[in-house]
Design a protein around this ligand. Structure first.
Ligand code: S3P
Length: 436
């Protein structure tokens, strides 16, 4: 059944809350827990559909996993060579992270498998992961246009490679690292732009030795992973909708507790601060090797900026929300160097530009970014194209709209932020859900 959000205009956000667990780290806790020796206990796990897809795939690969229950999961690791051939297609749902990381892990197994996904995922580019895995000796067949389903043939030995990443992608880097855990020799990956390093941090937490030097990371197959307990911080990508909402609505004063602030993920905070946002990090600490803080946000007038390139990769998932901040800023905001946005769950450049234009905002899509001139804007009907982050971004945009905003095709919000509408409403957003 289709789900829509209806949001009445106005209001502000206040309170102190915890948003759900980090999606990227949740996936990795299952993947590494499954191939570790011993029992891994995970708390703060994201009970969203994407992370659940990863759990279901490992169940199909013979791993016993308890939960999730109250954000806790227990993974009974089978060791690096304990996975078994699946009897079914492996369904990654909407989750690109599941598909790309699993491609790396499964390419190194002796058994064959097929990864598939929903109507959005089967349109997303997979050659970026298939090509380097093929160089390692993997056999993976894609559709003619390089997309899923991925038919992976069982393999009796990959070889390590040295690979310079042509696209900034933590998913590709992680897929190659996972394959490298099984490959002969050394697998070394060099990034031009540093992307999120949750895989590297978590491999270390599982006692796996990797060599880091500058923007290069190397692994070998010589070690094993030892089960460990993992506490997952709140997801900064989910927190960003409320950080933007509070920044644009006068009277807001909000605290988001226990949010992961890995430097490869805090681009949105840096960008918003450059735009004039009032964002304070409090109680900073480390949680299983990942930096965490409480984030306090108060309303402040924003102004348009040229977004500096060094922040683009570290804010890649946050641009839908940042475009709403730009629509509320005085003057012009220009984003370039973000072509990747066109191959996310939707074409986020086109879909966000269409939605902003519908509200009366001057938003011009470019090949690799967007130019937005801030202004007052109306309400209206928005098509999220089934993209969770587009839906949540337009929901907070309603805080400053002149009339009601209706957002269609919102069911996929459950992939990353189950309970979004309830939490948003507790903070002061006048949002209701309707099924049609
Ligand atoms: C992710 C990496 C990013 C991000 C995605 C999650 C991950 O994708 O957009 O939501 O968990 O590794 P890319 O690595 O393709 O940029």
């Amino acid at each position: 059944m289709a789900l829509s959000y209806l949001i009445q205009p106005g209001g502000h956000l206040s309170g102190s809350i915890r948003v759900p667990g980090d999606k990227s780290i949740s996936h990795r806790s299952i993947i590494l827990g499954a191939i570790a020796q011993g029992t891994t206990r995970v708390s703060g796990f994201l009970e969203g559909e994407d992370a659940l897809a990863t759990i279901n795939i490992f169940r199909a690969l013979g791993v016993k996993i308890e939960g999730p229950e109250n954000s806790s999961v227990v993974v009974h690791g089978v060791g690096k060579s304990g996975l078994v051939a699946p009897r079914t297609l492996l369904d990654c749902g909407n989750s690109g992270t599941t598909m790309r990381l699993m491609a790396g892990l499964l390419a190194a197994q002796r058994f064959s498998s097929i990864l598939t996904g929903d109507s959005s995922l089967v349109k997303r580019p997979m050659r970026r992961v298939v090509e380097p895995l093929t160089k390692m000796g993997a056999q993976i067949e894609t559709s003619t246009n390089g997309c899923a389903p991925l038919k992976i043939t069982g393999n009796s030995g990959l070889c390590g490679i040295e690979y310079a990443m042509p696209v900034a992608s933590a998913q590709v880097k992680s897929a190659l690292l996972l394959a490298g855990l099984y490959a002969s020799g050394k697998t070394c990956i060099t990034e031009r732009v540093k992307t999120r390093d949750h895989t590297e941090k978590m491999l270390s937490a599982f006692g796996y030795h990797l060599v880091l030097s500058g923007n290069t990371v190397c692994v070998t197959s010589e070690e094993k992973l030892n089960a460990t307990d993992i506490t997952i911080p709140s997801d900064i990508s989910s927190a960003t909708f409320f950080i933007v909402g509070a920044s644009i609505s006068p009277g807001s004063d909000l605290v988001l507790r226990g949010v992961g602030i890995n430097p490869a993920r805090t681009g949105a905070i840096e960008i918003l601060r450059l735009m004039g946002a009032d964002i304070e990090l409090q109680n900073e600490c480390l949680m299983g090797g990942e930096p965490v803080a409480d984030i306090r946000v108060r309303y402040a007038p924003l102004f348009g900026i040229d977004i500096p390139q060094p922040y683009v990769a570290a804010a890649i998932d946050e641009f839908p929300a940042l475009f709403i901040a730009a629509a509320n800023a005085k003057g012009k905001t220009v984003l370039t160097g973000a072509h990747e946005l066109r191959v996310k769950e939707s074409d986020r450049i086109q879909v966000m530009a269409d939605g902003l234009t519908r509200l009366g905002v001057n938003a011009t899509p470019t090949l690799d970014g967007m130019i937005i001139v801030g202004s007052n804007y109306d309400g209206g009907d928005i098509d999220s194209h089934g993209d969770h982050r587009v839906a949540m971004s337009f929901a907070v945009a309603a805080l400053r709209a002149k009339t009601e905003i209706k957002i269609n095709d919102c069911a996929n919000v459950a992939t990353s932020f189950p309970g979004f509408a309830v939490l948003a409403s507790a903070l002061g957003l006048n949002i209701s859900e309707c099924s049609n």
